[in-house]
Design a binder for this molecule. Structure first.
Ligand code: BTN
Ligand code: 3PY
Ligand code: ZN
Length: 633
């Protein structure tokens, strides 16, 4: 009877909508525009409630009693002085000079970027970051920076989280005005998997600086400094901090891996210094740098190069904490760590333990461990909401020294192997990855070159072909597209080039392009692109953020825009609602714009009718509303 009464209510009769999908119904684009934001968000909740979220289907569910995480309370008062204030007042070079002059071990917290990229497949939503950002500003003002942007977070935001990565950046920037934000930039590959024209890279950097990035960690996936200059110059021009970065691979103390020895790294560091870097990044994306090697390498770099050094590693092997302490002993200026609840395993080592480990030493970090515990307690609650994206890696893995997979790729490739039915053959995948690396001439493996090696390894295992068979001139092999692309030179050149044999085999005798890829990519007409995009979006005013998002990922951006017109500002929903919908009698609030809050109560879920549709009964800010969605189950 309750349901029947509701049905006769005039509000319901005039507010029934059926959810359709953009791809199936192009004119929905038109239609969706006229709905108000509240209705769009209700449509989303109704759909997820009835049909589930495609990304969490069949995955572990959060505990039934999981609560909306609550950020630590902060004391009212002035925001303490932090590195961002120094950057604003004195500029990038002054920050670099200060890094070298002071004695504390400086820390970057990676929780909001590499932490969840490496542990939760990059699925952390802005909602969970923005809430805790004021506590960082107030309580952790001694941090060097907060890594919270770039890498895989950019496309995952559009693609899977249905939110705008630029808005995340602006919101975090506003909430932490005293702290430097940091991003990971794949040099000419931007935040994508391929080389972009120079003017696209420049435009992207300029926009990132404007929207709120202070420190740009710039690396190239083959360690080719030549291919980093465009991005580095753009960062320097923007007035922000350019962290020119070496990717570490191999083992400097292993005579069998002589390609990447001390001399190699010192040489590259000098090139980066000459190219205008303010800070030298040492990026150990797979966590291969061992404590003894760190001592030697950091010492050599400190002696030979004038730049402050910022070290990044992963704890895949379980030994990274020791490497950090060794690097600190050898004089490294700054290191990356993740808040305790997001640390360890394929993520960064534990921030709180590093702070404790250095207490009462000459490298004491000056951070307040009680505040760290408080913030990590928040992150623990956040992590509990994302169990669907946990990798299940149970223990440290010394196997990483065999395959050298980056932290972010390791669990991902495991999942890919599982989906290809190769789960039981993981040790073969690990070996094939190592073999493919040697076949390509022992290269740096980091996005996007790591993806190429991963594609090759999966192909070798699934088709049961060995390295010898791949390399044999008489054996015909259909290489993955990404391998062909890399051999053509489209990711640039590794030190010493790719081995001639494999290049010839893959390209079937075609000549590769060994010049910098950007040198032969025509510039994009940015204003024409804006016009065309605006026309495609029926007159939507395309701002610089949208334009740069589109330039990185045209299809991903357009799909996001299409869904945005249908579902509205779903970024404002609590994470549990976003991934699992609501249960009857549950109430949530969602601030969809500053000062505009939706109070949403799910009253009841109806039966599926003969058209295959379900009515979902809500109260929106006290007004009854019913939404109809197809039951696709
Ligand atoms: C995705 O693109 O898969 C994730 C974004 C959310 C898309 C929404 S979730 C509810 C509805 N069902 C779908 O299959 N896609 C939309
Ligand atoms: C990325 O490029 O996303 C990485 O994290 C590389 O380590
Ligand atoms: Zn990393």
């Amino acid at each position: 009877a309750f349901v029947e009464n509701l049905l006769k209510h005039p509000t319901f009769l005039s507010n029934e909508y059926t959810t359709k999908f953009i791809d199936e119904t192009p004119d929905l684009f038109h239609f969706a525009k006229r709905r108000d934001r509240g209705t769009k968000v209700l449509n989303y909740i109704a759909d997820i409630t009835v049909n589930g979220h495609p990304e969490t289907e069949g995955r572990a569910k959060p505990a039934a009693d999981v609560k909306e995480p609550r950020a630590p309370k902060i004391e009212a008062g002035n925001t303490p002085y932090g590195t961002r204030n120094l950057l604003e007042q004195k500029g990038a070079q002054a920050v670099a000079d200060w890094m070298k002059a002071q004695r504390q071990l400086l820390l970057t917290d990676t929780t909001m970027r590499d932490g969840h990229q490496s542990l939760l497949a990059t699925r952390m939503r802005s909602h969970d970051m923005i809430k805790v950002a004021p506590a960082y500003a107030q309580n952790l003002s001694q941090l060097f920076s907060v890594e919270c942007w770039g890498g895989a977070t950019f496309d995952v935001a559009y693609r899977f989280l249905q939110e705008c990565p630029w808005q995340r950046l602006r919101d975090l920037r506003d909430a932490m005005p005293n702290l430097m934000t940091q991003m990971l930039l794949r040099a000419s590959n931007g935040v994508g998997y391929t080389n972009y024209p120079d003017n696209v890279v420049e435009s992207f950097v300029k926009q990132a600086a404007t929207s709120g990035v202070d420190v740009f960690r710039v690396f190239d996936s083959l360690n080719w400094v030549e291919n980093m200059r465009v991005a580095m110059d753009a960062v320097v021009d923007s007035g922000k901090i350019c962290e020119g970065t070496i990717c570490y691979t191999g083992d400097i103390l292993d005579p069998a891996r002589a390609k990447y020895d001390i001399k190699y790294y010192v040489g590259m560091a000098k090139e980066l210094e000459a190219a205008g870097a303010h800070v030298l990044g040492l990026k150990d994306m797979a966590g291969l740098l061992k404590p003894a090697s760190a001592r030697v390498l950091v010492k050599a770099l400190k002696e030979e190069v004038g730049l402050p050094i910022h070290f990044h590693t992963h704890d895949t092997s379980g030994i990274a904490g020791a490497t950090i302490l060794a690097a600190a002993d050898a004089g490294v200026d700054a290191v990356d760590a993740a808040m305790d609840a997001f640390s360890g395993g394929t993520s960064q080592p534990c921030l709180g333990s590093i702070v404790e480990g250095l207490k009462n030493t000459d490298r004491d970090t000056g951070l307040d461990i009680a505040k760290i515990r408080e913030i990590s307690g928040y992150w623990e609650q956040v992590r509990g909401q994302y169990v669907a994206f946990e990798s299940g890696l149970q223990a440290p893995a010394s196997e990483v020294y065999l395959h050298e997979m980056p932290g972010g790729q390791f669990t991902n490739l495991k999942a890919q192997a599982r989906s290809l039915g190769l789960e039981e053959r993981w040790s073969e995948v690990a070996q094939a990855y190592a073999d493919a690396n040697q076949m390509f001439g022992d290269i740096v493996k980091v996005t996007p070159s790591s993806k190429v090696v991963g594609d090759m390894a999966l192909m070798m295992v699934s088709q049961n072909i060995t390295r010898e068979e791949v390399e044999s001139p008489t054996n015909d092999v259909a290489f993955p597209d990404s391998v062909v692309d890399m051999m053509r030179g489209n990711l640039g050149q590794p030190p010493g080039g790719f081995p001639e044999g494999i290049v010839n085999k893959v390209l079937k005798g075609d000549a590769p392009n060994t010049a910098r890829p950007g040198a032969h990519l025509a510039p994009i007409d940015l204003e024409q692109t804006r016009k065309d995009l605006s026309a495609e979006l029926e007159g939507f005013a395309v701002d610089n953020e949208d334009l740069n998002g589109y330039l990185m990922y045209p299809k991903v951006f357009l799909d996001y825009m299409g869904r945005h017109r249908t579902y509205g500002p779903v970024r404002a929903l609590p994470t549990k609602t976003f991934f699992y919908g609501m249960t009857p009698r549950e109430e949530i609030t969602a601030e969809i714009a500053p000062g505009k809050t939706l109070e949403i109560r799910l009253q009841a879920i109806g039966e599926t009718d003969d058209k295959g549709e379900v009515k979902v009964f809500f109260e929106l800010n006290g007004q009854p509303r019913v939404i109809r969605v197809p039951n696709r189950k």
